[in-house]
Ligand binder design. Structure first.
Ligand code: SAM
Length: 258
């Protein structure tokens, strides 16, 4: 993945994270960390740490062991360090600069789908996880954000004569593929469905969500893009006006692997 377009800074990630804040309940990263109990001095490595939510939460929980955030994007690594106070470094999940069997907890949340060689990255997660330690991997189900795709398909059919939906990295490695691959690498794999429905009350936030996907991920002619986005936002606003919110399904799944 080329991080320069989408992950140079955490702006696009924050935009996408913002719609999930409309869901009831604790933020996703808290619910993921609630799944594992890790000795409070265990070393933790967060691979593809993004803007550092997991590292910051571990600190908030009083984790006293060494924390390390790794990300392919220098901007993300810097943001995560500032947000969490944990050391971070630029690194590729396919070639982790971490010793074998050293991490008590290895995290790889919502990132494997960006990696060119996913089995190689999963083997790396396994390699760095200590015996008795855990690796926690999160991905999405195939029905993640299906309401967004359905509305985009309607809008583009009406405006362009054919349906266009989002095509993005997240679709490269979803729960169907993860469920098949992970048990071939780890001895024990426990799947946790953590999906929920966010009831979004801002049409602008929904438009921002679609805009945060790289332009190549919404294959409409450049000259029609603004019109498609404006119509998408208009129909979301109409739905919010009529029913109070626009529902968006998160199909997030966590795998706790040992
Ligand atoms: C969707 S964000 C998830 C961030 C964070 N894990 C979270 O769940 O909030 C994906 C992150 O993976 C990083 N990334 C993409 N390819 C990577 C690779 N090959 N190695 C390490 N990090 C990568 C991106 O820069 C981005 O920060």
């Amino acid at each position: 993945m080329n991080v320069s377009g989408n992950y140079e800074t955490d702006r696009n990630l924050r935009t996408r994270q913002s719609i999930w804040a409309y869901g009831a309940g604790a933020p996703f990263f808290r619910r993921v960390l609630d799944l594992v109990s890790v000795p409070e001095t265990a070393p933790v490595v967060d691979v593809g740490c993004g803007n550092g939510n997991y590292l910051a939460e571990l600190r908030r929980r009083g984790h006293r062991g060494p924390l390390l955030g790794l990300d392919l994007s220098p901007g993300m690594a810097a943001t995560a360090a500032a947000a969490s106070g944990a050391p971070t470094a630029v690194a590729d999940a396919q070639f982790l600069p971490v010793g074998t069997a050293t991490a008590g907890l290895t995290l790889a949340p919502h990132m494997l789908y960006h990696v060119p060689d996913i089995p190689l990255a999963v083997a790396e997660l396994r390699r760095i996880t200590a015996p008795g330690g855990l690796a926690v991997i999160t991905v999405n189900t195939p029905w993640h954000t299906h309401e967004v795709d359905a509305l985009l398909a309607k809008v583009t059919t009406d405006l362009l004569g054919h349906p266009v939906t989002m095509a993005w990295d997240g679709q490269r490695f979803r729960s169907d593929r993860a469920g098949a691959l992970l048990p071939t690498v780890f001895d024990d794999v426990a799947k946790h469905d953590l999906g929920w429905v966010a009831r979004v009350t801002s049409a602008a936030a929904m438009r921002g969500y679609v805009e945060s996907i790289p332009a190549t991920g919404l294959a409409v002619p450049d000259e029609c893009r603004a019109e498609v986005l404006a119509e998408f936002e208009r129909r979301v606003a109409a739905r919010i006006e009529a029913t109070g919110s626009f529902p968006v399904t998160s199909g997030a799944v966590a795998y706790v692997c040992g």
